[in-house]
Ligand binder design. Structure first.
Ligand SMILES: [Mg+2]
Length: 168
């Protein structure tokens, strides 16, 4: 049987979106975010983070910074029984980039569904049993384009409470 999955936007869902986060010491966790990842993992969901990181195209940070941050996040999730199967991130920006190779029109930057489609294919995910949580309309659009139900999470709330309501 195909797997069920939850797609999580990162900035504004897992961490408070203070803009172009890449330093581990600057992470400000959204309330209930770690616990939500733990809860979803225990409920049999594959978890994928799908995040636009145009900070790479803009030259603010690089792949290594992003990898280190995501590794740290997964270590934190592990403490509450959570696991992100894979972090997908889009390093591109069509117009604002300063790094030529990433200053391109791509298929992964949300609202395009490229990151979700990649996960669905790589991990044999059933879109119909899966959902996305994002804090922007573009997240919801990306989900819809991949055939996944999207839920808009308004910052300031508790992510675990939000997730439990979805699963009710
Ligand atoms: Mg966001």
């Amino acid at each position: 049987m195909k797997h069920k999955a939850v797609f999580l936007d990162r900035d504004g869902v897992i961490n408070v979106d203070n803009g172009y986060l890449f330093r581990i010491e600057e992470i400000e966790w959204v309330e209930g975010a770690k616990e939500a990842v733990g809860y979803l993992t225990k409920n049999g969901y594959e978890i994928f983070v799908v995040t636009n990181q145009s900070g790479i195209a803009r030259g603010y940070y690089d792949h290594e910074d992003v990898h280190q941050l995501h590794e740290y996040m997964n270590n934190e999730f592990a403490k509450v029984g959570g696991k992100v199967t894979e972090f997908y991130y889009c390093p591109h920006h069509p117009t604002k980039g300063t790094i030529p190779e990433y200053s391109v029109e791509c298929e992964c930057r949300k609202p395009k569904p490229g990151m979700l489609l990649k996960a669905i294919k790589q991990y044999d995910i059933d879109p119909n049993r899966s959902f996305l949580i994002g804090d922007k309309e573009t997240d919801i659009e990306a989900a819809a384009a991949a055939g996944v139900q999207g839920y808009l999470f308004t910052e300031g709330g508790n992510l675990l409470t939000f997730v439990k309501k979805i699963l009710e």
